[in-house]
Design a protein around this ligand. Structure first.
Ligand code: HEM
Length: 121
């Protein structure tokens, strides 16, 4: 079965999506404080890992699991509203890139399935 990652256009599509998604998240004052102490050099790679994961791409990801990665943020108040904001930016990014509605629904379902891990539940 072809992964959504391949259907969307593989690595080139991910690169385009990363730039757009990253700009949206960092310009949103309701969530950008979570990224205040984040190493900006590594941020691009993290966002790329983020999107490759939710697109079901090749799993070269060697970072922390989502629960561990976000636990310090939950301690700082990360909640459903913040998760919803990130999900909105993801949807808007895909829409701007011309991804089909079916594919967007698939991505949003995958992203949504990580909610309980990201929010330590
Ligand atoms: C679809 C849900 C999400 C996925 C798949 C995801 C994925 C990831 C990944 C793969 C990393 C890198 C982990 C590492 O460094 O080892 C990460 C880090 C991070 N995530 Fe998420 N994330 C999600 C939701 C969120 C939300 C809702 C926020 C905040 C609004 C957020 C904020 C962050 C921040 C600030 C870091 C970097 C932490 C640091 O400074 O090292 N994430 N995320």
């Amino acid at each position: 079965m072809t992964s959504l990652f391949d259907k969307l256009g593989g690595e080139a599509a991910i690169d385009a999506a990363v730039d757009l998604f990253y700009r949206k998240v960092l310009s949103d004052d309701s969530i950008n404080h979570f990224f205040e102490t984040t190493d900006m050099e590594r941020q691009r790679a993290k966002q790329k890992a983020f999107l490759t994961m939710v697109f079901g791409g090749p799993n070269h990801y060697t970072g922390k699991d989502l629960r561990a990665a976000h636990a310090p943020l939950v301690a700082k108040g990360l909640n459903d509203a913040h998760f919803d904001a990130v999900a909105r930016h993801l949807r808007a990014t895909l829409e701007e890139l011309g991804v089909t509605a079916d594919q967007i629904n698939e991505v949003m379902a995958l992203a949504g399935s990580t909610r309980d891990d990201v929010l330590s539940r």
